[in-house]
Structure formats: structure tokens, C-alpha cells
Design a protein around this ligand. Structure first.
Ligand code: ZN
Length: 258
């Protein structure tokens, strides 16, 4: 809420400065405008640092990339993703929504058994979670840690906030739970795009050494059924495209390892 208030008051102050324009107020207005722009971008664009940086890529000297899947587990689509990864002998990272794990125990356990990494994507994936109070964020992230630990005996190392939004409270909450915040530098736009070839092109046209690729194996809203078939079809194209480029998909832990 604090961040919304800063943005609203900042915008009003900005308008007032221009209404009562003098050379000084115009100069202050310009400085304020850039501050507000940076302030907003640092919250809403995961790659823009301000309060702090989220990890959005790995070492660019090695020919490795990380495939990451958000918003699962999903009983059907996550299993299909796992099948394709298995066929290609590829390990990936899944950022799970805690309250979906109970209904998909077997899928989560299969991920671990097949060598994939599990990340924390909050308990209920409230879209504006990162703008909430630190205590609430800590609860949401902590509950997801517990849900994953109860099923797998593993505690995730990485937290990806819903929508990739981040504030200082998000950092504090994650730090308290021993988690590093991880974003991405490449996305398939598969939430909006239904053409698998276009999803694959969005990834393959920009991917480079150290990239973290964002795809989705489920919908972010619990109970809402979204057709993830385009992502499944795109995945095979992406894997063969990465191979052609000499880029090896690995888990985030391996991407960040020295
Ligand atoms: Zn998400």
C-alpha cells in the first residue's frame, strides 16, 4: 500500500508543480518524473534494479541457460512438460504455487525424483502480493516453503514473486526465509500467445548464455483452466533450438554455480 500511496501522491505533486509552473518547479517536476518512473519500473519490471536486484540471469561465459516454469503444478500439463524434459534428458526449475501442491502430490514428487529443481512462487499467487505488508508476504512465502517441504523434504532456495513484482518488503520477507529472489531475462509470452512457433521464437530470438527463460505450465489463478498446449508444443521447438545454439538447459542451482 505504501508504494501505491507514494505513486499517487508523487503524481499529484508532479501535476501541481506544472500547474504552478516556474523554472524551479518545472525542474523539480522533471526530476520527480524520472524518480517516479524509476520507482515504478523497479517494482513492476523484474529486470530493473532500484531497491535491490533480483537475479535475472546467470554467468554469460558458460553455454548454459535455465528453463523455468511458473504457476504449477497442473495435473495434466505439468506431467506433459515432465515427459518432454525426460525424453530430452533436460533438467528444469519449477516455481510452484503452494496451494496447488496438495492436489498434485504425485506430480511434485515426480519432479524431484527426475532431478528437477523446485522454487517457491508463494502460497496463493495473489497478483499484488509484493505490494502487501512484509508480514503478510512472509506468511505467504513461508506457507509455500512448508507445503513444498512437507511433500518433498526439500526447502526451495529461490523465490519468484507473483508477476515478478518486487519491493523492499519482498526482499526482507525472502531474506528472512533464507530465499534468493529470481526473475528472468527471457520470456515466451505464453500467457498471451497461443501460437507455439511464436512462443518458441520469442525465446530463441533473444536467448543467450546465462539466460533464465520463463514459461508457464499452469494458470496463475487456482481453479482456472488455461490451455497450456501451446507451451507444450513450443517446448519441443525451444529444446531443439537451444541444442542448435549449443546452449545446455540446466537447473537454476547449476546456472548460478561457479
Ligand atoms: Zn506466476
Amino acid at each position: 500500500m505504501f508504494y501505491i500511496i507514494v505513486l499517487i501522491f508523487g503524481t499529484i505533486a508532479y501535476l501541481l508543480l506544472f500547474i504552478y509552473a516556474t523554472p524551479t518547479t518545472v525542474a523539480v517536476g522533471i526530476v520527480l518524473f524520472f524518480f517516479l518512473l524509476w520507482f515504478s519500473l523497479s517494482i513492476f519490471v523484474v529486470q530493473v534494479p532500484f531497491f535491490y536486484s533480483a537475479k535475472t540471469k546467470g554467468d554469460s561465459r558458460r553455454p548454459k541457460v535455465a528453463l523455468t516454469f511458473d504457476d504449477g503444478p497442473h495435473p495434466k500439463y505439468t506431467s506433459m512438460v515432465l515427459d518432454i524434459l525426460k525424453e530430452n534428458d533436460v533438467k528444469a526449475t519449477f516455481f510452484l504455487v503452494g496451494n496447488k501442491t496438495q492436489e498434485n502430490v504425485a506430480v511434485v514428487q515426480r519432479m524431484v525424483k527426475e532431478g528437477h529443481q523446485i522454487g517457491n512462487h508463494s502460497m496463493s499467487h495473489t497478483h499484488l502480493l509484493s505490494l502487501q505488508r512484509e508480514r503478510y508476504q512472509t506468511e505467504e512465502i513461508g506457507e509455500c516453503q512448508t507445503a513444498i517441504f512437507d511433500l518433498t523434504g526439500l526447502s526451495p532456495l529461490y523465490y519468484r514473486p507473483p508477476m515478478g513484482y518486487k519491493t523492499p518488503s519482498t526482499l526482507k520477507a525472502a531474506k528472512k526465509l533464507g530465499l534468493t529472489i529470481v526473475g528472468w531475462d527471457i520470456k515466451g509470452w505464453d500467457v498471451f500467445q497461443t501460437d507455439p512457433v511464436k512462443i518458441a521464437s520469442s525465446v530463441l530470438n533473444k536467448v543467450k548464455r546465462g539466460s533464465i527463460i520463463l514459461l508457464h505450465d499452469s494458470s496463475s489463478v487456482k481453479g482456472k483452466s488455461t490451455d497450456r498446449a501451446p507451451t507444450i508444443d513450443a517446448l519441443s521447438i525451444i529444446l531443439s533450438g537451444l541444442k542448435d545454439r549449443g546452449l545446455k538447459p540446466v537447473t537454476l542451482k547449476e546456472l548460478f554455480a561457479f
